[in-house]
Ligand binder design. Structure first.
Ligand code: ZN
Length: 493
């Protein structure tokens, strides 16, 4: 992440010139985009072309090409909005106008760029208003299109005919809508986003690839799964950069991307610590919308985010501030810790089984420190705590004689199994799996994984254990039904 000033600005882009075509390849995007990947476009400009098609129909067709062929979605409204509303004149020599827009994306003909002059041979101009975002870049918050009213337009597919008939409005609209979503000119390649108009009148592979990169968000980079607990990571040369992740811009700081899914609303805390990096955490939703960014919310240069999130999939980006100050290395190792607080036991889904049978069993679990009402996964060495598990038994297994198994997996991969006396013993993968309990299975089985435990009494000060609970039926004793997402315990001072 690089630091930037907050500003509200307007970019004038989208000069579409009549001219000769040349060839090349690769898309060009500026890295600014609409948060969430969609925009509401007012296409109700009045009138029709001389061949009879209304301008609004041509706009609808152009918007539909972007929506159907790229991850970006134009939400089309048949109403009219003045594209010049809220536009302020550009100061002489200035790059940006002085207006703040009106927050609505309008389209119309205009004899001037809302009062400023068109450049020579300019067919249309897209006005882009941006706002700085949490990532240090810019989000598009409004975009309007003005078509040069001094140009003779018609609407037709196919080759660009001689200009006595008029320029095809549809392909100009298609090009300008590319600017609306944040794409820049593609110099030379066979694309609609080329700066000169030509015989192309539909989106080309280069246009689609560019918009896809811009709106695929964090999936542009390798994504690792993360769950509650600790992850050791490192930023090194060759990792993805923020520039690659967002599909443009100039931030080439390195970033690791992690993804997690919550089965229910949960309050989470994510910490990133490092001896050498100035840690930065970014939390995104599944649409790559930035929900929170933290630089120094932890101790020293460490970062920390606490947020209550709805059920869903989210991404955590491990990043750094590149400003040369204390702990200012750009490559180095770090540790992420994911913890939660919840008033209910968290579902620990992804039902699975040893031999591949399927079941509808549901598993939940959590750690609760003595005198605390909520569950978490993190306790201090001096705290007494319980670890509770709960299994909703598959109806087809209810009423059968069966058994419960409890396993703890240490950071080095060692597996411990609980016996019926409540003791955990190492299991080497051979022989019978010891049972924590034998019973007749009811609809809901509560499992005491640990009770009234204190890490300091065991000589443990800093340890992570992932627990799994499972059950089986005596009529099929080698099969075990359990869950993929473990019940995590982190003991840390
Ligand atoms: Zn353009």
């Amino acid at each position: 992440m690089s630091k930037s000033l907050r500003r509200l600005a307007i970019g004038l882009s989208a000069v579409l010139l009549a001219g000769a075509s040349v060839t090349a390849f690769t898309f060009n995007i500026a890295g600014i985009k609409w948060p969430g990947g969609s925009a509401l476009l007012y296409i109700g400009m009045p009138g029709s072309s001389s061949s009879g098609t209304s301008w609004r129909d041509a706009l609808a067709r152009a918007a539909a090409q972007w929506t159907s062929q790229t991850p970006f979605e134009f939400i089309v409204n048949q109403g009219y909005r003045n594209p010049c509303s809220g536009y302020g004149a550009t100061p002489s020599g200035g790059q940006f106008n002085s207006g703040n827009g009106d927050g609505q994306n309008g389209i119309d003909f205009s004899a001037t760029v809302c009062g400023d002059a068109y450049g020579a041979n300019t067919l249309a101009v897209t006005l882009i208003y941006t706002e700085s975002n949490l990532l240090g870049g810019f989000d598009i918050v409004e975009s309007d299109i003005v078509f040069n009213a001094n140009t003779r337009f018609d609407i037709y597919d196919g080759p660009l005919v001689d200009q006595s008939r008029g320029i095809d409005f549809g392909r100009v609209a298609l090009h300008e809508m590319g600017h609306v979503i944040g794409m820049s000119h593609e110099q030379g390649s066979a694309s609609i986003m080329r700066s000169t108009i030509g015989n192309l009148f539909t989106l080309q592979p280069d246009d689609i690839e560019g918009a896809t990169t811009l709106y695929t968000g964090y999936a542009n980079c390798p994504v690792a799964a993360i769950d509650f607990g600790r992850v050791a990571g490192g930023l090194s040369e060759g990792d993805c950069s923020v520039k690659q992740l967002v599909g443009g811009g100039s931030d080439d700081s390195l970033v690791d991307t992690y993804e997690f899914t919550l089965a229910q609303p949960t309050s989470i805390t994510i910490g990133m610590s490092s001896a050498s990096l100035d840690s930065v955490l970014v939390l995104m939703d599944a649409n790559s919308r930035v929900l929170d960014v933290d630089d120094d919310g932890g101790v020293g240069c460490d970062a920390k985010i606490t947020k209550t999130l709805a059920a869903g999939t989210y991404a955590v980006l491990a990043n750094t501030f590149v400003d040369g100050s204390a702990c200012g290395d750009t490559v180095g190792s770090y540790q992420l810790t994911m913890s939660y607080q919840s008033n209910i036991l968290l579902e620990r889904g992804q039902e699975t089984s040893l031999l591949g049978s399927t079941s509808s069993a549901k598993f939940a679990g959590g750690v609760r420190a003595r005198n605390k009402l909520s569950y978490s996964n993190v306790v201090k060495p001096s705290e007494f705590f319980d670890i509770e598990g709960r299994i909703a038994i598959d109806p087809k297994h209810q009423g059968q004689a069966g058994f419960i198994v409890v396993a703890g997996i240490l950071a080095d991969g060692q597996i411990l199994l609980r016996n019926s006396a409540g003791e955990f013993n190492a299991y080497n993968g051979q022989g019978d799996i010891s049972k924590a309990k034998t019973l007749v299975l009811s609809a809901l089985e509560r499992v005491d994984i640990l009770r009234d435990t204190r890490a300091s009494d065991l000589g443990l000060n800093d340890i992570e254990v992932n627990f799994l609970i499972g059950y089986g039926v005596n009529s099929n004793p080698n099969e075990l039904y359990f869950h993929g997402a473990p019940i995590n315990l982190v003991v840390t001072p």
